[in-house]
Design a binder for this molecule. Structure first.
Ligand code: GTP
Ligand code: MG
Length: 138
């Protein structure tokens, strides 16, 4: 079993989709073992997306992620990192497979409703940015 880090992004919280997205996550066999609704600070968003700091959309991305509430989560299950990437679907919803969260709910490539860690190492780093060990109850 494995843990991954998830964010329900501002476009989704704004449209009241937290429960629907959580249902897709749970139906896929992942357990939500930690969850909180927060407003990301500018510093938190900049740090979280530091790997994309040279990309042309970095400023827009940071602005979007701080534009409203997000729900940060820890998901647990077999191959949780890869499994959640499958469940989210492609970054661009136009390329996302049917039934995936992004196909169902994303607005566009920027406002794409969810984040999921892309490796186990990054999952550990990302979880530690938002949760203490005591907040994760498996
Ligand atoms: P995350 O799980 O959010 O990391 O998505 P990802 O791994 O599928 O995509 P990637 O890490 O390549 O990009 C991170 C985030 O940047 C995406 O989820 C989008 O929100 C945003 N992003 C990526 N490409 C574009 C783009 O071309 N334009 C804009 N505005 N945002 C983008
Ligand atoms: Mg990514």
């Amino acid at each position: 079993t494995e843990r991954t880090f998830s964010i329900i992004k501002p476009d989704a919280t704004k449209r009241n989709l937290t429960g629907k997205i959580n249902a897709v996550i749970e139906d896929a066999g992942l357990r939500i073992v930690a969850q909180k609704r927060i407003r990301m600070s500018d510093a938190q968003a900049k740090k979280f997306y530091e790997v994309h700091s040279e990309r042309p959309f970095y400023g827009e991305l940071v602005e979007f992620m701080t534009s409203g509430p997000v729900v940060v989560q820890v998901l647990e299950g077999d191959n949780a990192v890869a499994r959640y990437r499958e469940v989210m679907g492609a970054t661009n919803p136009e390329q996302a497979a049917p039934g995936t969260i992004r196909k169902l709910y994303a607005n566009n490539v920027g406002e794409n409703s969810v984040h999921g860690s892309d490796s186990l190492d990054n999952a550990k780093l990302e979880i530690a940015q938002f949760f203490t060990d005591a907040e994760i109850v498996g």
